[in-house]
Design a protein around this ligand. Structure first.
Ligand SMILES: [Zn+2]
Length: 270
């Protein structure tokens, strides 16, 4: 009897946690929005999170050969390390090469923390560490932040938004017309998103509809992790980006082109 009651109580506990999670996700998506209006046109941004060295070695040259640049969401604490999933992580020389080649950089917290579990003080401290780290590597103009694990709640969204940068999540889809600068949509190339399939579908949709497709991944190598992509698949994706007719811009560049609703209204009546 007590055993049954125990199982029942633990089920209830799990259910209540699940409900909390769904409510928190709903609130996070619906509130604390920062509205920006997109200019007409089709745009694609290419991003790398964390980042594994293979992305710099294998994907960056493919992007640069096409005359494009990417946005790199750097978690400084990974520098020089080897991660079980990703293999070798970036080195200082990788950062320098990307910087000299004109790439864009964003923050991703220094220690890749889950912002939903962190206090306001922890988030602020991670922001300082991350900014100092990038500054030490000659990188200054960070205009965006990507939530590690895509994990955010209303409180962390508010704290980070007040700090100024655009915030990128991991919810797949295209950013259209009225963009939420506090939770930019982005298509991951990971296994649980069907590899490149979702990003390819969004690129295809760009042929018929204006929008801004942000695509992110992690390692780019043969036998990639579940969160990465193989070089030949990434090459096919870049071919599809080209075929979409979209302009490839970094996240930082695109943010500069967005307007607040008030600016747009002012321009309309001027
Ligand atoms: Zn990450």
């Amino acid at each position: 009897m007590f055993a049954i009651l125990g199982i029942y109580m633990s089920d209830l506990g799990y259910l209540s946690q699940k409900i909390d999670c769904v409510i928190s996700k709903f609130l996070c998506e619906k509130f604390e929005k920062r509205s920006r209006m997109m200019p007409a046109g089709k745009y694609v941004s290419l991003c790398f999170d964390d980042f594994p060295q293979s992305a710099a070695l294998n994907a960056a040259p493919m992007i640069e050969q096409r005359g494009w640049r990417a946005t790199w969401y750097v978690a400084g604490g990974f520098m020089g390390k080897t991660e079980p999933e990703y293999g070798a992580m970036f080195e200082a020389a990788d950062l320098e090469k990307l910087r000299l080649n004109g790439h864009d950089f964003g923050c991703h917290t220094f220690d890749h923390i889950d912002c939903r579990d962190a206090s306001a003080e922890e988030i602020a401290a991670q922001g300082r560490l991350s900014t100092d780290f990038l500054n030490q590597h000659g990188i200054r103009d960070m205009r965006s932040f990507a939530f590690p694990f895509g994990s955010a709640d209303l409180a962390s969204k508010k704290i980070l938004s007040n700090a100024g940068p655009a915030l990128r999540g991991v919810k797949p889809g295209s950013n259209r017309v009225d963009v939420d600068l506090n939770m930019l949509k982005a298509c991951g190339l990971q296994e649980n998103q069907g590899g490149t399939r979702r990003a390819m579908a969004e690129l295809d949709a760009l042929k018929h509809q204006d929008g801004w497709v942000i695509i992110f991944t992690h390692d780019v190598r043969k036998n990639p992790s579940s969160w990465g992509v193989a070089p030949d698949e990434y090459a096919d994706l870049l071919t599809a980006v080209d075929a979409s007719g979209a302009e490839v811009v970094t996240v930082g560049e695109m943010i500069d082109r967005l307007e607040t609703p008030a600016q747009l209204m002012h321009r309309a009546v001027a």
